[in-house]
Write a protein that binds this ligand. Structure first.
Ligand SMILES: Cc1cc2nc3c(=O)[nH]c(=O)nc-3n(C[C@H](O)[C@H](O)[C@H](O)COP(=O)(O)OP(=O)(O)OC[C@H]3O[C@@H](n4cnc5c(N)ncnc54)[C@H](O)[C@@H]3O)c2cc1C
Length: 463
């Protein structure tokens, strides 16, 4: 419970209407898209960098934890206030400040949604390459803080690869501008340090991103397979041929059927797996790539390869992929989504292993993957009111983490550590890595006020 003095100060900084303290209004900020839940002591609705600067000065004086929140779509508990404190909602800071087509850059406030930025820059012939499936609601601030990826990651990388400069409010309230000098800054990449730090190093208040020209031509294909193995092998074969598709996604039968039940798109329900493949570039180049891809898919056992013949057909294929998470709600009320990565050539083995783990624990796992990146998103479905099933899902999740690390992969490709993967950090990182992370955290946030207990456990932070 915040002291009356702190509450008065919050009202002075933000105005009475923009400070929420009643349990019922705070409850809306107690969760994100993970299964975790914890009530904040207050929520402030920020409109400016100045307000956040004053908030952090106040927090530092009184030792209060502060958690930045974008749209709350992260899947790892990143903005759940497990140590109490004040949630600062960034969604009102949603202005696109500048689009500079000559220099292929844009300045935005952190609360701009990924989709709003995509639409605004498309009018100038550009895109913002990171495109998380949550793009309609996820904010650019959240994308930077999580180093979000997306379906175009196989060709264009993740948010870090498209980040140029940041304005950040530090834990003591100081406002710093990082990386403003230009497109290819020499020296230490301090901007990159904040990308993926999940709100633990500072609160991001302005962001300069790199824009990517929209391609002249796009071709989208669906390849249908009667086995997960064949689909997985095809992914490596396409890339080995020197083709880097814009997107290369896999969906298994559980997912295909769930989406088809939901949207009735006429998806191939008999398929064990489908690949959604998109290439972009100059028309002549993409047509040649398409022919090669069709030949590879056919050689490796695709029962059918079809091309989207119209923009509507293309949109429907991506609608199918982007609707996966929601459609799974028709099978079970809850799921735990994982985000492990493995080296691309190990993808077929890992897909099979996940399927075996589902059988071993008697649970349903729907598999989707940014296959071109070796980034798997197994969705472990369960009934939240069935403690036994929940327990089996947790055990299965642990086994998947373990297997991915054994295969030389990582705990997370794009969903962050949050609180979900805290316990696994010592499995995934060396002691040197962890100590270095702590060193940076302590230097930037000596009182451990910013998003306490995320990425690094608070026990570690205190030690
Ligand atoms: C259906 C669905 C599909 C998804 N698909 C993808 C996908 O394809 N790729 C992918 O990468 N992710 C995906 N995600 C995860 C999520 O959408 C991303 O992590 C996204 O970047 C989070 O943005 P947000 O605005 O919701 O941030 P939030 O969830 O609000 O916050 C995420 C983290 O960032 C911190 N933060 C937020 N704003 C700031 C700020 N201004 N300054 C400092 N820290 C801040 C928070 O403290 C928290 O730790 C998906 C999620 C869902 C629900």
């Amino acid at each position: 419970m915040l002291s009356p003095h702190v509450q008065r100060e919050l009202t002075r900084i933000f105005g009475e209407d923009d400070v929420l303290t009643s349990p019922i209004s705070c409850e809306a900020y107690a969760y994100d898209s993970s299964p975790f839940f914890a009530q904040p002591e207050a929520v402030v609705l920020a409109d400016s960098t100045e307000e956040i600067g004053q908030l952090m000065e106040l927090a530092t004086r009184h030792g209060i934890v502060v958690i930045a929140r974008g749209a709350g779509t992260n899947l790892s508990g990143g903005c759940v206030p497990t140590h109490g404190g004040i949630v600062v909602a960034m969604s009102r800071m949603d202005r696109i400040l500048e689009i500079d087509p000559v220099n292929e850059t844009a300045w935005v406030e952190p609360g701009v949604t990924n989709m709003a930025l995509q639409e605004a820059v498309a009018a100038h012939g550009y895109m913002f390459a990171p495109d998380p499936a949550s793009l309609k609601v996820a904010t650019i601030g959240g994308n930077v803080a999580e180093c979000a990826g997306g379906m175009r990651g196989v060709k264009f990388g993740v948010t870090r690869d498209h980040l140029l400069a940041l304005e950040v409010v530090m834990s003591d309230g100081e406002v710093v501008m990082l990386g403003e000098g230009g497109k290819y800054l020499p020296g230490i990449d301090v901007t990159g340090l904040f990308c993926g730090s999940e709100g633990t190093f500072g609160i991001i208040t302005k962001i300069k991103v790199k824009l990517t020209p929209l391609a002249e031509a796009v071709r989208t294909m669906m390849a249908v397979f009667d086995s997960l193995d064949k689909a997985g092998d095809t992914v490596s074969a396409i890339i080995a041929k020197g083709i880097i598709p814009t997107t290369l996604e896999i969906m298994d039968q559980v997912l295909v059927r769930a989406v088809d039940d939901f949207l009735q798109l006429g998806l191939p329900r008999e398929a064990e797996a489908i690949l959604l493949i998109e290439v972009d570039g100059f028309a002549v180049e993409v047509d040649r790539q398409c022919e090669t891809i069709v030949a590879i898919c056919t050689r490796l056992g695709a029962t059918r390869v079809s091309r989207a013949n119209s923009e509507e057909e293309r949109k429907n294929l991506w609608l199918a992929r982007r609707s996966g998470n929601g459609a799974l709600g028709r099978i079970k009320a809850a799921y735990m989504v994982q985000d492990v990565t493995v080296p691309r050539y190990k993808l077929p083995g890992m897909l099979r292993l996940v399927a075996d783990i589902a059988s071993k624990y008697g649970i349903v796992i729907a598999q989707m993957a940014h296959a071109g990146d070796g980034n798997l998103h197994p969705h472990l479905l369960y009934d939240p009111y069935d403690p036994d099933e929940k327990q089996r899902v947790e055990e299965a999740a642990k086994e998947i983490f373990h297997a991915a690390l054994e295969e030389g992969g990582t705990l997370t490709g794009e969903h962050g550590i949050g609180i979900e993967k805290l316990d696994y950090m010592p499995w995934a990182f060396s002691q040197d890595d962890l100590e270095f992370m702590l060193l940076v955290k302590r230097a930037l946030d000596p009182q451990m006020l910013l998003n306490r207990g995320k990425v690094l456990s608070f026990a570690m932070e205190e030690s």
